[in-house]
Design a binder for this molecule. Structure first.
Ligand code: NAP
Ligand code: ZN
Length: 362
């Protein structure tokens, strides 16, 4: 048994304490120390007590938070996955249950819900000075240059999975333009958080004309980043766009009214990726014309959650490439670095934040 200095939350009651809990990890084959752990709305929701699906591991009254991370291997027993002491790795968040999807490596498509997620559902997370894991759940990061942006692997793997589904469903018709490319096709991303930015980069890689929107303006730093990537921002409450419509709509807001606003402007054979979740968002009306619109235009609605090992691998490859393509700019997605002692990051979100991380060297 080892003492672990952890940020813990007595989920699902809410509230945060920064205290030592005892977690047995020393018998695990690999011992890890986080370099960075990322913060997202899920961590903040657990701390607030608003995510009633979060629960502690069996036998514990606390939950160590943290599912986005990049870690250094402190020690590793010999293993067939090539994980060695000194390696930099990204741990996989979701751990399989017993269903067919889970046992064949696709716990992202779990069919009975009997899986666990580190730092969220029934498994301690990665926001600890040290923790143990099995090598099969670790992905090696190729170089030290990825030490920083590698913390984006976990949020980006969700995007990779959504595009896997997009690739499948977009084959049902000719989805390219008259040049055989996507340069005349338009993607719109709703929301301007970290997932939205990652979606925007991916849409640019695909060659879409890419726009991103929110119900308020965004700061210069975000505008500058989007400019670098060739992505246009507009505040949909103020600006009137042309009527050429959307070929791909990606929602990260979870707001039904906003989703319908953009879905109503979706083109023939368009695809709509529903990604954002907000259980407390207000209801919106859908009428017969909306249903006709979806049917008559062959619009495909895609719900997409999580990602599998293959998507972590794709995410790592994309981040390595973007690291070269965008240089230091990609690092500017990490806007805030907190010390592990500063738990205020769980209760406040700076309006300038794209991604906040805890720097475990502090
Ligand atoms: P986030 O930073 O909270 O992003 C949500 C964005 O949506 C924010 O920029 C927010 O704007 C914007 N938004 C909220 N209501 C809006 C509206 N009515 N119109 C336009 N924009 C609106 O969270 P994130 O980490 O990027 O994640 C995005 C969403 O995906 C979250 O809901 C998260 O829970 C979910 N998620 C899903 C998966 C999955 O596998 N499906 C995985 C991870 C996360 P402001 O806050 O600036 O006002
Ligand atoms: Zn399963």
């Amino acid at each position: 048994m080892g003492r672990v200095y952890s940020i813990t939350s007595p989920a699902p009651k809410g509230g945060i304490s920064y205290k030592q809990i005892t977690v047995d990890y020393e018998n695990m084959p690999v011992i890890l120390k986080p370099i960075y752990t990322g913060i997202c709305g899920t961590d903040r929701g657990i701390v607030k007590g608003s995510l009633n699906f979060a629960y502690c591991p069996l036998g514990y009254g606390d939950l160590a938070l943290g599912h986005e991370s990049i870690c250094r291997v402190i020690s590793a027993k010999s293993n067939k996955y090539g994980i060695r002491s000194g390696d930099i790795v990204v741990p996989i968040v979701r751990r399989p249950g017993q269903c067919l999807n889970c046992i064949t490596g696709r716990s992202d498509n779990c069919s009975d819900g009997d899986k666990h997620e580190a730092g969220v559902t029934g498994m301690h997370g990665f926001m600890r000075e040290e923790f143990g894991d099995s090598p099969e759940y670790l992905l090696k990061v190729s170089s030290d240059t990825m030490k920083e942006v590698g913390v984006l692997t976990e949020p980006l793997k969700n995007v990779e999975k959504a595009f896997e589904v997009y690739d499948l469903v977009s084959r049902r018709s000719i989805s390219t333009d008259r040049f055989g490319s996507l340069s005349e096709k338009r993607a719109i991303i709703i929301g301007t958080g970290s997932e939205a930015f990652l979606y925007a980069l991916k849409c640019r890689d695909y060659g879409f004309q890419t726009l991103i929107t929110n119900r308020h303006p965004i700061d210069d730093l975000k505008m500058k980043f989007l400019d670098t990537a060739g992505v246009q921002f507009f505040d949909y409450t103020k600006e009137h766009r042309d009527e050429s419509g959307w070929d791909l709509v990606i929602d990260t807001s979870g707001d039904p009214g906003t989703i319908m606003r953009f879905l109503r402007k979706t083109n023939n054979n368009g695809n709509v990726i529903l990604f954002g979740t907000n259980g407390s968002a207000p209801a919106t009306g859908i009428d017969g014309q909306d249903i006709d619109h979806i049917i008559e235009r062959n619009i495909f609605l895609i719900g997409s959650v999580d990602g599998a090992r293959v998507h972590y691998e794709l995410a790592l490859k994309d981040l390595e490439r973007w690291n070269v393509q965008y240089g230091d700019k990609i690092k500017s997605l990490i806007t805030h670095r907190y010390s592990p002692d500063d738990t205020s990051v769980f209760t406040k979100k700076d309006p300038l934040e794209i991604k906040s991380v805890i720097d475990w060297s502090k």
